[in-house]
Ligand binder design. Structure first.
Ligand SMILES: [Zn+2]
Length: 112
């Protein structure tokens, strides 16, 4: 997989990967959490994504939430929203590493 730095590409790749995992051919909607970035708003991300012309994702309804901080669990490698427990929501491990600020989390996905 080629290195991807652009936020829109990362979002598209994440959704496509999830669709493949589920064996789905069409994605209806996706809810994505993005770690807080300077001047990035849900509206900006949605507008960019709509213009990005990603094959198979043209009609997708994208829900974007900006969250203060995302990290990756050192134990189970899950990307989680860091809350006041500082622990992984999936495995409960206390070793959540604060990711770089491009970290995104695919919260949910709806397939056809
Ligand atoms: Zn974990």
């Amino acid at each position: 997989m080629p290195e991807q730095h652009r936020l829109i590409d990362i979002i598209a790749a994440t959704i496509t990967k999830q669709a493949k995992t589920q064996g789905a051919s069409r994605v209806l909607s996706a809810t994505i959490k993005i770690g807080e970035l300077a001047s990035v708003t849900p509206e900006v991300v949605q507008a960019c994504f709509a213009r990005a012309d990603k094959p198979g994702l043209e009609d997708i309804v994208l829900h974007i939430e900006i969250v203060p901080l995302l990290g990756t669990c050192a134990k189970c490698q899950t990307t989680v929203e860091i809350d006041n427990t500082l622990c992984c929501r999936r495995c409960g491990g206390p070793y959540v590493e604060i990711g770089d600020h491009n970290t995104i989390l695919l919260e949910s996905c709806e397939f056809a």
